[in-house]
Design a protein around this ligand. Structure first.
Ligand SMILES: Nc1ncnc2c1ncn2[C@@H]1O[C@H](COP(=O)(O)OP(=O)(O)O)[C@@H](O)[C@H]1O
Ligand SMILES: [Mg+2]
Length: 269
């Protein structure tokens, strides 16, 4: 599978290089022979049915799960390397399920994003100046459209708003490479669309690189330029415009027509 569809100027190393990755969890083979290269500025969508290994892949990239075989390089460093601290943003699948009894406002939550990643791990970081930090927080909150709610407790806002607050926290860090796992769950159509537009702009205007996992095929299709279909291994990787129809997808998955219905319903949205 040829994944080198983005910038090939050869001047910049890819942000992410995965070579022949195999991950086994509790004795079960979850990922095998995954090869993936992501270049700076790309907005990559990863789709696949439930349990196909999407979250596992992100956890392996983050270095939380170890590879049984193969190799992962981020900015030419191994996952979890000291060089990567502060460079990677992560919005987890359960992000919106923040405990509701925590008394913290949206603004405070987003503020935490600007202090966490670097000062927890490294003694050599230079703290962002306060006014710079406040500006980052303000911008991030505006980007997700929560400026009218910034002083609301996170326990008092809707699930979709909470999801956006968590994303704002990731945007307020200075992370260059952002991984999102199912960020659209629990969001209504309108906030989903505005979030997708926002992420797209974030890639193009701010030079960020994003990998977004979602089972919402139509939402991903509408935004990303490159799509990956993952099911144990990468079965499609290419321009979104070339993403296969359900029929061809079934063939890629090695299943027969009787399953087509199942695929359709899985991705209805
Ligand atoms: N903590 C775990 N221990 C063992 N197996 C797991 C664990 N979490 C997930 N799995 C298995 O790994 C496979 C892939 O899961 P996951 O990456 O979460 O899929 P997806 O995110 O695509 O829905 C599933 O078969 C799941 O049962
Ligand atoms: Mg998952």
């Amino acid at each position: 599978m040829d994944s080198d569809i983005a910038s090939q100027d050869g001047l910049e190393k890819p942000i992410l290089e995965i070579d022949n990755l195999t991950v086994i969890r509790s004795g079960k083979l979850v990922l095998k022979n995954v090869n993936l290269t992501v270049n700076k500025g790309e907005f990559v969508g990863i789709v696949g049915p439930n349990g196909s290994g999407k979250s596992t892949l992100l956890l392996a990239i983050l270095g939380v799960l170890k590879a049984q075989e193969g190799n992962i390089k981020i900015y030419n460093s191994k996952p979890m390397s000291r060089e990567l601290y502060g460079k990677i943003g992560w919005v987890s699948q359960a992000a919106a399920n923040l405990p509701k009894d925590i008394r913290i406002t949206i603004k405070e939550l987003v503020h935490l994003g600007t202090v966490n990643a670097k000062n927890m791990f490294s003694h050599t970081w230079l703290p962002m100046k306060d006014n710079k930090r406040n500006k980052k927080v303000k911008e991030a909150i505006e980007m997700v459209g929560l400026q009218d709610f910034e002083n609301f407790d996170i326990g008092r806002i809707s699930g979709g708003q909470r999801q956006r607050a968590v994303i704002a926290r990731a945007l307020a860090t200075e992370a260059e490479f952002i991984l999102l796992d199912e960020p659209l769950v629990g969001m209504d159509r309108e906030s989903r669309n505005s979030l997708l537009k926002l992420l797209d702009r974030f890639c193009h205007n701010n030079g960020k690189t994003i990998i977004m996992v979602s089972h919402d095929l139509s939402a991903i299709r509408q935004t990303t330029h490159r799509m990956i279909f993952l099911e144990e291994t990468i079965r499609f990787d290419g321009l979104t415009a070339n993403f296969p129809d359900l029929d061809s997808l079934a063939k890629l998955r090695g299943i027969t027509h009787t399953h087509e219905q199942e695929m359709g319903s899985e991705y209805e949205n």
